[in-house]
Design a protein around this ligand. Structure first.
Ligand code: 5GP
Length: 183
């Protein structure tokens, strides 16, 4: 759906579908250079990273593999709990692999710092992070993300895979959710 389909639920459109597409293409050109001659395994974090994974993977002009993990996240709240639990683990052995974690957003950084440590213990050849969005002002743990789409203000956003109570994931843009929706 488009922003105008849920216009009253959104207070600001941060990035349009086209802006996201253009930025993902730029990131892909960099990934192609950085991983030239190397295997590449994209690890998507369900469910928020589904859209970015789908677009990133298809934009890459090279072979990749994909695997998925699900970790516990927000539920219906808009505050990061920092409590992480593996709901679905990877099917792939990471030993010796070049792994790129694909995430929707780095907020406090708590989820990714936990995930990074967890995957690091599986002895990949390399482990990097690609996140479409990052909220620098919300950072509690520093996350060294090699590829970041956009730095955004510290507001609760939805769309392009990001939900509020499982809604808005299919919004094509990234938008700030109007406070009256979760107040
Ligand atoms: P972190 O652990 O970095 O605080 O964020 C963990 C997860 O919280 C993210 O992967 C994402 O699923 C969710 N999250 C963080 N900020 C937002 C936001 O602004 N909107 C939505 N919909 N989810 C968010």
């Amino acid at each position: 759906m488009e922003p105008h389909d849920v216009e009253r639920d959104l207070s600001e459109i941060l990035y349009s579908e086209q802006q996201i597409r253009d930025r993902i293409a730029q990131i892909c050109r960099q990934i192609e250079i950085d991983y030239a001659g190397k295997d590449l395994l994209l690890v998507g974090v369900l469910r928020g990273a589904v859209m970015v994974m789908a677009d990133l993977a298809r934009e890459l002009k090279r072979d990749i593999e994909m695997d998925w993990m699900a970790v516990s996240s927000y539920g219906n709240s808009t505050e990061s709990s920092g409590v992480v639990r593996i709901v679905k683990d990877l099917d792939t052995d990471l030993a010796g692999r070049n792994v790129l974690i694909v995430e929707d957003i780095v907020d406090s950084g708590l989820t990714l710092s936990w995930l990074k440590a967890n995957l690091e213990s599986r002895n990949p050849a390399s482990l990097e992070i690609c996140a479409l969005l990052r909220k620098p002002e919300a950072e509690k743990v520093h996350i060294d993300a090699k590829y970041v789409g956009f730095d955004i203000p510290n507001a609760f956003v939805v769309g392009y895979g990001l939900d509020y109570a499982e809604r808005y994931r299919n919004l094509r843009a990234v938008a700030v959710l109007a406070p009256h929706i979760y107040a």
